[in-house]
Design a protein around this ligand. Structure first.
Ligand SMILES: [Zn+2]
Length: 121
């Protein structure tokens, strides 16, 4: 059985939105979703959509040792991104064209483009 939190988060992804959990009592933001606020332990939680901007802090190209189910995707790039909302996440980078191994090094600066991209099923 899927919890309501997971279901809400997945529905957001299905609608093309990356949802950030927001505590309705203290406004603390969290990503990934949790059952209670890590700041005040409230279970009165809601959602806000990520606007799509953020800062790329670091990235690496994974060439071996992919988790089970992702072996066929090698090589691919993983990045640590801090969204403008303040939460941080691990994200997969997809170059505009070509392979992530030959793409120019992305700038370590603010970006303002749509961060979330739905991959084909
Ligand atoms: Zn809270």
């Amino acid at each position: 059985m899927t919890s309501q939190i997971v279901q809400d988060f997945k529905e957001g992804l299905g609608d093309g939105k990356l949802l950030i959990q927001r505590c309705n009592d203290c406004s603390h933001l969290a990503l990934y979703p949790r059952y209670s606020c890590v700041a005040c332990q409230s279970e009165n939680l809601g959602w806000i959509p990520a606007e799509g901007g953020g800062v790329l802090h670091s990235f690496t190209v994974l060439r071996a040792g992919a988790p089970e189910g992702f072996e066929q995707d090698l090589p691919y790039a993983l990045a640590v991104v801090q969204l403008d909302e303040g939460v941080q996440l691990l994200a997969r980078l997809t170059p505009d064209s070509g392979c992530c191994c030959t793409a120019p090094r992305p700038p370590l600066s603010h970006f303002d483009q749509r961060l979330f991209q739905r991959l084909p099923d």
